[in-house]
Write a protein that binds this ligand. Structure first.
Ligand SMILES: [Zn+2]
Length: 312
C-alpha cells in the first residue's frame, strides 16, 4: 500500500493558488486520508471560506493564511459535505455563519465528531468541538462574496456521501467539488453510492468548469473527473464479478489487480468501495447507512493488519 511521506503531508506544505482576483484555493499535499483542500473568497470587508480542515492545527493554519491573503476575517463558511476533514475545524471560525446542506447538519449532529481512531494512527486532532451548519438548504442557495456569485448546489442524490454540494463560481468557471472529485487519491464511496456518484460526475462535466478544485489533490480540469468515473466503473465491474463468484468484498479485494489505480494513494479504500457496490447490486437503497465496522476492519486487513498511517 502506498503511504504518505511526512514531508509531503506536513501542514506547512499547504499552498495557496489565486484562481481569479480574490478567489483562492488552499491545496494541502499530499491529499491522502484526512488531508483536504479548502478555498477562500475575498468579499470586501470579510471572507467566505469553503471547508475547514481535519485537525485544529491545520485549520488554524488555513485561517491564518486566509486572513493574510484577504486582510479580513472569515464571516461565512460553506461546507461541501459532512466529512470531518472538511468540517472538524468549523468551530475555530468563531462568530462566522456556517452554511451547509440540511443532511450535512443532520449527519454531523447524529454522529458527532468521529476520528475513527481504531483505523488511523499518528494524528494530532487537537481539541475538536462539533459545529454543524447554522444555515441549511435543501436544493440550492446563492450567496455573494462581494460581487462574486457563489452557487451552492446539492447534487440531488447520494454520491460521495448523502449530502454533497458543489460550490460553483460561474463568472470564474471555477468549481469546488468537495470529494466528488479527488486528484491522485482513491475515491471513497462507502458513505454514498457508486452508481449515484457516477451520475453526479456527469452533472459536473456539464458545468464545463475551466478549473476544478477537488476535495483532495491538485487543481485540475475535466480529466480529473474521468479518472474518478473510470475508477468507480472499475469498482462496479469488480463487484459484479465478485458477487457472481461468491466472494466477500475482502476476498475479492485481496486478489484484485488495481491496474492503473494502484498508483492512487489510499488504495485500501477499494474494499470499502466494494462493500458499498455489493450493497447496491444486492438491492440496498443508494446511500443507505451501512455498518462501518466490517469495511474498516477489511481496510486494515488489506493494509497488512496495521492501522492506516495518516499524516493529518
Ligand atoms: Zn469526504
Amino acid at each position: 500500500m502506498k503511504t504518505c511521506h511526512r514531508d509531503d503531508g506536513s501542514p506547512v506544505a499547504a499552498r495557496v493558488e489565486e484562481l481569479a482576483t480574490g478567489v483562492f484555493a488552499y491545496i494541502q499535499p499530499d491529499g491522502s486520508w484526512w488531508i483536504n483542500n479548502s478555498g477562500f473568497l475575498a468579499a470586501g470587508d470579510h471572507t467566505v471560506l469553503i471547508d475547514t480542515c481535519a485537525t485544529e492545527q491545520r485549520t488554524r493554519r488555513l485561517l491564518d493564511k486566509a486572513r493574510q491573503m484577504t486582510g479580513t476575517v472569515v464571516s461565512t463558511v460553506v461546507n461541501t459535505h459532512h466529512h470531518g476533514d472538511h468540517t472538524n475545524g468549523n468551530y475555530l471560525t468563531g462568530a462566522a455563519t456556517i452554511i451547509g446542506h440540511c443532511n450535512t447538519r443532520k449527519v454531523m449532529i447524529d454522529t458527532g465528531i468521529r476520528c475513527y481512531e481504531q483505523a488511523f494512527e499518528g494524528v494530532n486532532w487537537g481539541q475538536l468541538r462539533l459545529r454543524p451548519p447554522d444555515v441549511t438548504f435543501d436544493e440550492a442557495l446563492t450567496l455573494y462574496a462581494g460581487d462574486t456569485r457563489v452557487e451552492l448546489r446539492y447534487v440531488g442524490c447520494p454520491a460521495h456521501t448523502t449530502d454533497d454540494v458543489l460550490v460553483w463560481l460561474p463568472e470564474h468557471s471555477v468549481v469546488f467539488t468537495g470529494d466528488l472529485v479527488v486528484n491522485g487519491a482513491t475515491p471513497f464511496a462507502l458513505m454514498g453510492s457508486v452508481a449515484g456518484w457516477r451520475a453526479v460526475l456527469q452533472q459536473i462535466r456539464q458545468l464545463g468548469a475551466r478549473t476544478i478544485i477537488p476535495g483532495h489533490g491538485d487543481a485540475g480540469g475535466a480529466g480529473t473527473i474521468d479518472v474518478v468515473d473510470n475508477y468507480l466503473a472499475f469498482v462496479e465491474q469488480a463487484a459484479h464479478a465478485g458477487i457472481a463468484a461468491g466472494l466477500t468484498p475482502l476476498q475479492l479485494a485481496q486478489d484484485l489487480n488495481l491496474g492503473e489505480f494502484a498508483a492512487l494513494s489510499d488504495c485500501e479504500r477499494i474494499v470499502a468501495n466494494l462493500h458499498r457496490a455489493y450493497a447496491e447490486l444486492l438491492g440496498h437503497p443508494a446511500g443507505a447507512p451501512v455498518d462501518l465496522r466490517s469495511p474498516i476492519h477489511d481496510m486494515i486487513t488489506l493494509n497488512g493488519g496495521h492501522r492506516i498511517r495518516c499524516c493529518a
